[in-house]
Write a protein that binds this ligand. Structure first.
Ligand code: FE
Length: 203
């Protein structure tokens, strides 16, 4: 795995934000709950939606998909997006034969420009270590059971190179528009811990 990976020291902006948050809470101007709500909005909606747009476009446009797999950074830039922090982006495709999973074993490197803030579990030591050692067990705990013949590949992110999973397009979605497909794509499917399920009622 990467040997040039270093932990990212807390930035001045991050320290400043924490100090400001502490002051606003102390003065009673905001509550930590309201801050959590904003963070939750980023995690659930704003961030992953960018990645979902990329996935849906790749599902409907084979030429875009080819460009995305060849040069992720350039392809997402076509949609006005970036993986974040100027890092390179490698998009790895899940197929019937191969399932990809992303992790940052050292800290929490993540394609934040596409997926928003990483979930807490992504930053936990348990996920960071176990995703590499026993990925099938980790996947199983997310409810993802893969046949033995499916190869599992684990990609260790770094500050310079971020990964995103291009999940498999589920069955029963042939009639859906690109916008409707966007709604199906979850954050966790782009980390690779789950698949995108077929829409309810689909064959
Ligand atoms: Fe990291």
């Amino acid at each position: 795995m990467s040997n040039h990976h270093r932990p990212e020291p807390e930035s001045y902006a991050s320290m400043r934000a924490r100090a400001l948050e502490a002051l606003l809470v102390e003065k009673g101007i905001i509550t930590t709950d309201s801050i959590d709500a904003v963070v939750q909005a980023y995690e659930d909606d704003i961030g992953p939606r960018n990645g979902a747009r990329v996935v849906a476009r790749a599902w409907v446009d084979p030429q875009f998909k080819a460009r995305l797999l060849a040069d992720g950074r350039a392809a997402v830039a076509e949609l006005g997006l970036a993986s974040g922090q100027g890092a390179e982006l490698l998009v790895v495709e899940n197929t019937a034969d191969t399932h990809n999973l992303i992790v940052c074993t050292l800290c929490s490197c993540y394609p934040a420009g596409l997926l928003g803030l990483p979930p807490k579990w992504y930053k936990d030591f348990a996920y960071r270590s176990r995703a590499v050692i026993e990925p099938r067990s980790v996947l199983s705990e997310f409810g993802t059971e893969l046949p033995d013949q499916v190869q599992v590949r684990v990609w260790d992110s770094t500050a310079e190179l971020r990964y995103m999973v291009l999940p498999e397009r589920p069955a029963g979605t042939d009639g859906l528009s690109e916008d409707e497909l966007v709604e199906l794509v979850s954050r966790d499917s782009m980390i690779g811990v789950v698949k995108v399920p077929s829409p309810a009622g689909a064959a």
